[in-house]
Design a protein around this ligand. Structure first.
Ligand SMILES: Cc1cc2nc3c(=O)[nH]c(=O)nc-3n(C[C@H](O)[C@H](O)[C@H](O)COP(=O)(O)OP(=O)(O)OC[C@H]3O[C@@H](n4cnc5c(N)ncnc54)[C@H](O)[C@@H]3O)c2cc1C
Length: 418
């Protein structure tokens, strides 16, 4: 068979999204699933990602301040390189954005970004792993790595002239960003001071909730608030931002001054504004029927299949409704998704139920787990329900925001066969 025809007749397992979920799933399939299938060469994993590089997203709250914070070659890593270890025919990387999923005809249209070029590919199996975007483009890949860098540059140019900063959102992204900026701009209060008096750049975290860090126990949220006070950050609770003027401040224009209107009608002026609220699932290319009310992919929380999308369609990571959006849920999700995909492929290839095995079931670990660094030396958090001392938050996350672990995610070494 000629090479082109061969590629046309391959059964494509298309994975949309090239970050923690998508890259790890691709490795897992290539390492542990496809080698176990009959007619192994007939399958091809196609990874489609809007960004050619993966980024260690948890590092963004510190990385946005300066390129000197982290080695850039570790922070941004080309997605395709780690796949050179597999047979060439078994993997293809497409740098493009999925624009439309036709789940009836089992095709996905991809915008290739250059001169309006596009491609429509059909899939035999599909994994949706397109994640979620923050309102602020400073905190992750809202388009591609170049776009993220451009936004960081614009923000950094405005930073030296900023006399006040407001961050909306009392979750970990908002708190970490406030802590990093506070320490960088204001330094830290002396050992015996509970609060930094007259910070050079007052920073305010406004949250709609009655406290920050709602996933952690109250005492940890209070401790976080006291660490924030030591770097010149004030927390304002029960303060939902209802309007931003000018409208694109903090989103389209990250260097703009902003006036924020709160629910009670009060206004706050900021030289810089960072909206760290409300993750938006990247699902605009999906039919409404496949989404939950929150816009996430309506995923079977036990099997990780997208039942309404037809056979052999799955979703995981931040885009999926099956679990709380967090990287630490992936080591449990990926082996389950891939085992069920393998089972579905075996059945589709004509194997008996007995040979294909039974479904694996996902169960979310809902214990209190979250680590929140506040600047380079402090932090609060809990792991599997146990409070972690500030020193361990620094050791595990705060010293480099998991950059030490990112390489293992991109190379496929993070998730062992489970
Ligand atoms: C500031 C911050 C700090 C965080 N810290 C932690 C932490 O310490 N621990 C933790 O567990 N979690 C943390 N999280 C959450 C964590 O980053 C996410 O859970 C994780 O990134 C989810 O991975 P993902 O692969 O599902 O999606 P994402 O990382 O969002 O990646 C989605 C990928 O899909 C691509 N994409 C998007 N749309 C399309 C499209 N239409 N077509 C093709 N490709 C597309 C994107 O370019 C990207 O490559 C943090 C999040 C933020 C914002």
């Amino acid at each position: 068979m000629a090479a082109d025809t061969e590629s046309e007749t391959r059964k494509r397992i298309v994975i949309l999204g090239g970050s923690y979920s998508g890259v790890s799933t691709a490795h897992y399939l290539l390492k542990y699933v496809i080698p176990k299938l009959p007619e192994r060469p007939s399958y091809q994993v196609v990874l489609v990602s809007a960004s050619a590089k993966a980024v260690c997203r948890p590092a963004c709250p510190r990385a946005l301040i300066s390129d000197d914070m982290f080695p850039q070659e570790k922070l941004f890593v080309r997605t395709d390189i780690a796949f050179e270890q597999y047979p060439k025919y078994s993997f293809r990387f497409i740098n493009g954005t999925a624009t439309e999923l036709d789940h009836g005809n089992r095709t996905v249209s991809i915008d290739l970004g250059t001169d309006g070029a596009s491609e429509t590919i059909d899939y035999y199996a599909l994994v949706i792993a397109t994640g979620a975007s923050t309102s602020s483009p400073l905190l992750g890949l809202t388009r591609d790595d170049e776009f993220l860098r451009t936004k960081w540059i614009a923000f950094r140019q405005a930073l030296p002239n900023a006399k006040s900063i407001v961050i909306a959102g009392g979750g970990p992204a908002g708190v970490e960003t406030a802590g990093e900026l506070g320490e960088f701009l204001n330094g830290r209060a002396g050992f015996f001071s509970s609060k930094l008096e007259n910070p050079k750049v007052p920073i305010t975290v406004v949250t709609a909730g009655s406290r920050i860090l709602p996933f952690l126990r109250l005492s940890l949220a209070q401790k976080a608030e006291s660490y924030l006070a030591q770097v010149g950050v004030t927390v304002v609770i029960n303060a939902r931002v209802t309007a931003v003027s000018p409208p694109g401040a903090g989103t389209e224009d990250v260097s703009s001054k902003a006036t924020l209107t709160l629910e009670d009608g009060k206004t706050i002026d900021a030289d810089l504004y960072i909206p760290a609220t409300g993750m938006r699932p990247n699902t605009c290319f999906l039919h409404e029927d496949l989404k939950t009310e929150e816009g996430r992919v309506d995923t079977n929380a036990v099997t990780l299949r997208v039942d309404k999308a037809g056979p052999r369609v799955y979703a995981l990571g931040d885009v999926s409704s099956h679990a709380r959006p967090a990287i630490h849920n992936l080591p449990n999700s990926i082996p389950v998704l891939c085992a069920n995909l393998k089972r579905d492929l075996l059945l589709a290839a004509g194997n008996e139920e007995s040979a294909a095995g039974i479904d694996r079931e996902f169960k979310e670990d809902t214990r209190e787990t979250q680590l929140v660094p506040i600047g380079k030396t402090k932090g609060v958090g809990a792991l599997m329900g146990y409070q972690t001392p500030s020193f361990f938050v620094w050791l595990l996350k705060g010293r480099d925001y998991w950059l030490w672990m990112a390489e293992r995610w991109w190379s496929g070494n993070m998730i062992a066969k489970g």
